[in-house]
Design a protein around this ligand. Structure first.
Ligand SMILES: Cc1cc2nc3c(=O)[nH]c(=O)nc-3n(C[C@H](O)[C@H](O)[C@H](O)COP(=O)(O)OP(=O)(O)OC[C@H]3O[C@@H](n4cnc5c(N)ncnc54)[C@H](O)[C@@H]3O)c2cc1C
Ligand code: FES
Length: 287
């Protein structure tokens, strides 16, 4: 599926949009102490196309439904790949699913990262913590389109070395031609030989040509706020900075109002927004 910048997937009729499709877990991979990746296949045989940045509503039978970003390769449409952190009842139940168990899936939903804006330019991904999961589909896309980009920069920060998501992939990307990877942690023990410091400090050092860079940022809201400010201060045009926002979601299709942020419904108008559309809202806490 190809969505233009800021374009949402067409809204399904409420009844159709609320109906989960049956999926089965085909593989379960522990990532961090509280975090797993599930690979799932549709039991109804329907297509699984998605655009980088979109999410699904995952339904754990008898427990409830939560929004989870798609973190797989958009070119591989036979498997749905999602990385989930257990923070409560529903995400905990999803993380506990094992091979062969079933769940419900609605989606893909929401807006896409406007990856095509980066053609002929540098593409910088700035991710914090679990924010690498929603940006991983961009990296797959960028690798497939490497010759059409001036360069790909991945800037990743997390709390401590044991919290680094997809460490083997990060290592592989760091030795891939055309990709530059910078990893930093907030704090580390003596055996860590990498960088220590917040991810925003690494942003200016990783930028090659700010005016010709399109940036995609995902992570905790405070990290995104400072990362967007650092990118803009370094000369990245504000229209070329994109962020993925999170709010508690119920319907996921612009119906219930749970995910409202100012004038936006995050499930329908987001989760991916150009920085100028949310810049002022992000400075208002608890909005
Ligand atoms: C568009 C979108 C994409 C997301 N992608 C992912 C993903 O790829 N992987 C992943 O693990 N999680 C993702 N989340 C967050 C996930 O939806 C929440 O962690 C989940 O709803 C928690 O539900 P629960 O019932 O397990 O926990 P609850 O019992 O509802 O909550 C447990 C704790 O988490 C907090 N919480 C609940 N929902 C959110 C939220 N949306 N954002 C921040 N804190 C929240 C609560 O305040 C509480 O402190 C995404 C959310 C959105 C809106
Ligand atoms: S979750 Fe219902 S309107 Fe967004």
């Amino acid at each position: 599926m190809t969505l233009a910048a800021g374009e949402s997937a067409p809204a399904p009729p409420v009844e159709a949009g609320m109906l989960p499709r049956p999926f089965e877990v085909r593989a379960r991979r522990p990532e961090l102490a509280d975090c797993v990746t599930l690979e799932m296949a549709a039991l109804d045989g329907g297509p699984l196309g998605f655009a980088p940045g979109q999410f699904t509503m995952l339904y754990a039978h008898g427990v409830g439904e939560v929004a989870i970003s798609i973190s797989g390769n958009p070119a591989e449409t036979d498997t749905l790949v999602q990385t989930i952190r257990a923070v409560g009842a529903v995400s905990g139940a999803l993380c506990g699913l094992t091979e062969g168990q079933r769940l419900g899936v609605r989606g893909p939903l929401g807006t896409a990262w406007p990856v095509e804006r980066a053609l002929g330019k540098h593409l910088m991904i700035v991710a914090g913590g679990l924010g690498l999961a929603p940006t991983r589909p961009i990296i797959y896309w960028a690798l497939a389109n490497r010759e059409r980009l001036k360069g790909i920069e991945i800037v990743y920060g997390t709390r401590s070395p044991d919290q680094i998501l997809y460490p083997q992939q990060l290592l592989g990307w760091s030795t891939t031609e055309g990709l530059r990877v910078g990893v930093t942690v907030d704090r580390a023990a003596d055996d860590w030989t990498g960088r220590v410091g917040v991810v925003t400090d690494l942003v200016p050092a990783m930028l090659r040509d700010p005016a010709e860079t399109v940036a995609m940022v995902c992570g905790p809201e405070i990290m995104m706020r400072f990362a967007a400010q650092a990118l803009a201060a370094a000369g990245v045009p504000q229209d070329d900075i994109h962020l993925s926002l999170e709010r508690n979601m119920k319907c996921g299709i612009g119906w219930c109002g749970h995910c409202q942020l100012g004038p936006h419904l995050l499930c329908r108008d987001g989760p991916v927004f150009p920085y100028p559309a949310v810049r002022d809202l992000m400075t208002v806490w608890e909005l």
